[in-house]
Design a protein around this ligand. Structure first.
Ligand code: BGC
Length: 749
């Protein structure tokens, strides 16, 4: 009886369960089929293009126009009442709910999601982008972008405004920390992985600032003069590779003019190169306030204006109505925006606000920092420090008791804990505040060396710092160079008397290690006087922990410089940076400045006559000795290169062996360079590939670097295409651009 009852109960349960399942799936089906029957573009098995075409057919003129512009940002044009629905990021494009099209919520996200402080949220601050490039690690770059994608989604955003890849043509550019170094192949491949990582999280990725916005001074007025071959083989090549290897859905055009026209209304850049030659299918959005017209910009290929509707609202609509802007042009802009939304998954898998994975973020930030800090000097194996043999360490300068500096401007991330040099709770950051992330070198070093006395000296008085150094076994001096959007550095010298501080400390203690926190190269008049130098860049939320792991040898340094460190400003292509005349600038605090900018400030000329000779290509060609070359970085072990073999073909293969000849495991960024045939008219050599090789002590590995044909080509302006010049090519492999022990010359067709 009991068994029957149970059986009956089970039957009743199973029956009701089955009914519920049938009903649920029926209703789900009616739900989704009614959705796809009324909105057939919601069928995710169709291609993004098919889906976008269907939506465009259904749209009214007003709906189309609403996708062409943002809703405003105070100080940068009119702000629409609809802006109240913004998620708090830099850009917001309204939804079209009747068509099932969500809003686009954009946030700056160069090294982490911006504006979390004022929105009461949390973001991880990764090491600066230049540090990511110093890892030369494509997996790390992918994880960099993925973390940003995850945190954007958790905060309710579906579009990133990261992906800065302007080349370090001008080492004093205040935004170099947001970029990926001076080489187009390294920068292009790294940025591609960052964007891919972000887009894999179903967030629209963006690559910026297209193009040649290589200095901040006078950025809204500058007219960059450069010849076509030079731009295609330098700055534009970074974008070309970045786009080709990532399918980035958006490109942000830059503030400056290029060869006469503003980048955001430059037909050559936007249509001929980007959309035609590179077959870019996504959309072009203007930098914030970088639009200067409706009809001209539209015809040139600008799809979307940010942050407001100065030109791409009423004026654009009127121009369409009177036939000044063809309807087909409007539809193409709209198609590109919708296509990008379908392609990246922001319509099928919209973000839901959730808890940001703080612990996971810290872990990623630290891992990337450990792979990006470059060991530049290590006299007599000063590093790693052995805590068991030390009694005292003097820690000097740069607020190293409490934090590490970060890069400012629209890249600025608000760190949890706020600015380390302010009282807790001051979580919001203001434009161009100097923000010290609360990652304390003093604490991290003390934790590694519990029995050692670690004394901090602020470094403001060099004599007292020297006394502290003298009394200690080892002195570690922290020095910094803050950088930000909206400014350039006057020179590559460290500010605030830090050179004198380091020299004085070094004179007091022969065991002096300098830790640099900079966004790019600095000069080092004291380099010969110190025993160790580490370039930590802007090291992010967990910079101090990563640094301590390197200093004490828990992590073996493996990063290499993505930029040359020159000996002096005089060696740069432009010994002084071009500055705009007053009439080409706007006044700070002028709330109407955007009107003058939109109308177009009088141009001032910036001539990049070094052309494609950016970074090491310049110093090589000019025979100028440098302080630390591109690709350089030491390890606590040593490597040996042997057995170069070059296999010619369409994709040349370069094979060689790397051996770890030291006593600890390490990772070597083995680099391959090529010298093109003399008739090609190129600088002495270019990077064409690399492989990051993990090696245990004593271990050897054979590596093969397969070289993309593009990387051995030159741009032929007359034919508007890339070509590999037939002739003799020298292939070189080694540990930096100036340490290439292997060389073989082969003839290529
Ligand atoms: C910057 C962009 C940024 C935008 C939105 C501009 O000033 O140049 O990089 O994405 O502002 O904040």
């Amino acid at each position: 009886m009991a068994t029957r009852t149970i059986a009956l109960r089970n039957f009743t349960f199973l029956f009701s369960f089955a009914v519920v399942v049938v009903l649920l799936s029926a209703s789900a089906q009616t739900g989704s089929s009614s959705k796809t029957s009324t909105k057939p573009w919601m069928n995710s098995s169709l291609s993004p293009d098919e889906r976008a075409t269907m939506v465009v057919k259904e749209m009214t003129l007003d709906e189309k126009i609403s996708l062409l512009h943002g809703t405003g940002m105070s100080g940068l044009g009119p702000v629409s009442p609809l802006a109240v629905h913004s998620n708090g990021g830099a850009g917001y494009v309204v939804a079209i709910p009747q068509l099932g099209i969500p809003a686009i919520q954009m946030s700056d996200a160069a090294y982490g999601v911006r504006m979390s402080g004022e929105n009461g949220r949390y973001s991880t601050a990764l090491p600066a982008c230049v540090a990511g490039a110093a890892s030369w690690d494509l997996d790390a770059a992918h994880e960099y972008g993925a973390l940003i994608g995850r945190e954007l989604r958790a905060q309710g955003y579906n579009m990133s405004l990261g992906g800065g890849v302007n080349l370090t043509r001008e080492p004093r550019n205040g935004r170099n920390f947001e970029y990926m170094g001076e080489d187009p192949i390294l920068a292009g491949k790294i940025v591609a992985q960052v964007i891919k990582g972000t887009q894999d999280q179903h967030v629209i990725g963006d690559i910026k600032h297209y193009a040649l916005n290589d200095q901040e001074s006078g950025r809204n007025a500058a007219n960059v003069n450069i010849d076509k071959r030079a731009m295609r083989e330098s700055d534009l090549l970074a974008f070309e590779i970045g786009l080709r290897e990532s399918d980035a859905a958006a490109v942000m055009c830059s503030y400056n003019r290029v060869n006469g026209d503003y980048a955001c209304e430059n037909h050559y850049l936007l249509t001929e190169v980007l959309k035609n030659d590179w077959n870019f299918k996504g959309f072009v959005l203007s930098d914030w306030g970088g639009t200067h017209s409706a009809a001209k910009a539209s015809a040139a290929g600008l799809d979307h204006e940010e942050p407001a509707e100065i030109f791409y609202g009423a004026e654009f609509k009127k121009a369409v109505e009177v036939g000044k802007i063809p309807k087909s042009e409007l539809d193409d802009h709209v198609h590109r925006i919708l296509r990008s939304m379908f392609a990246t998954g922001v319509i099928d898998d919209p973000p839901e606000k959730s808890v940001v994975d703080v612990a996971g973020g810290f872990e990623v930030a630290q891992k990337i920092a450990e792979q990006s800090i470059v060991l530049l000097k290590n006299e007599q194996n000063q590093l790693p420090l052995d805590a068991s043999k030390l009694h005292s360490i003097a820690l000097i300068g740069a607020h190293s008791d409490v934090g590490m500096i970060s890069g400012g401007g629209s890249a600025q991330v608000d760190p949890p804990g706020g600015n380390a040099i302010l009282p807790p709770g001051k979580g919001r950051t203001h434009w161009q505040d100097h923000i010290w992330f609360p990652t304390s070198p003093l604490k991290a070093i003390k934790a590694k060396a519990p029995g050692v006395s670690v004394q901090y000296d602020p470094g403001t008085d060099p004599s007292s710092a020297a006394d502290a150094a003298k009394a200690a076994d080892v002195a570690i001096v922290f020095a910094y160079q803050w950088e930000s959007e909206g400014m350039d550095l006057e020179s590559l010298s460290l500010p605030e008397n830090q050179d004198a501080l380091i020299a004085k400390v070094a004179a007091a203690n022969p065991h002096t290690i300098v830790v640099l926190e900079t966004g790019g190269p600095v000069t080092m008049p004291w380099a010969d006087q110190v025993s160790g130098i580490l370039e930590a860049w802007f090291a992010g939320s967990r910079g101090a922990e990563a640094l301590a792991n390197l200093i004490f040898g828990d992590v073996n340094p493996s990063a290499k410089l993505p930029v040359t460190f020159p000996k002096s400003d005089a060696d740069l292509p432009h010994p002084t940076i071009a500055k705009p005349p007053v009439h080409s600038t706007t006044r700070d605090g002028d709330h109407e400045a955007w009107k003058r900018i939109a109308a177009g400030l009088p141009a001032f000329q910036v001539t990049y006559d070094e052309g494609l000779k950016v970074g090491y290509k310049w110093y090589d060609a000019e025979n100028k000795a440098v302080l630390f070359p591109f690709g350089y970085g030491l390890s606590y072990t040593t490597y040996e290169y042997s057995g170069l073999k070059v296999t010619p073909g369409d994709r040349v293969q370069v094979t060689f062996t790397v051996k770890n000849t030291g006593s600890r495991p390490g990772a070597e960024v083995a680099q391959v360079y090529a010298a093109l045939p003399s008739g090609a008219g190129e600088p002495p050599k270019r990077l064409i590939g690399w492989s990051k090789v993990q090696l245990n002590a004593g271990e050897s590995k054979e590596v093969t670097v397969e070289v993309d044909r593009l990387y051995l080509s030159i741009f032929n302006v007359a034919k508007n295409g890339w070509e590999r010049v037939p002739g003799d090519y020298a292939f070189m492999a080694g540990g930096s651009s100036q340490n290439l022990p292997l060389k073989e010359t082969v003839s290529l067709k």
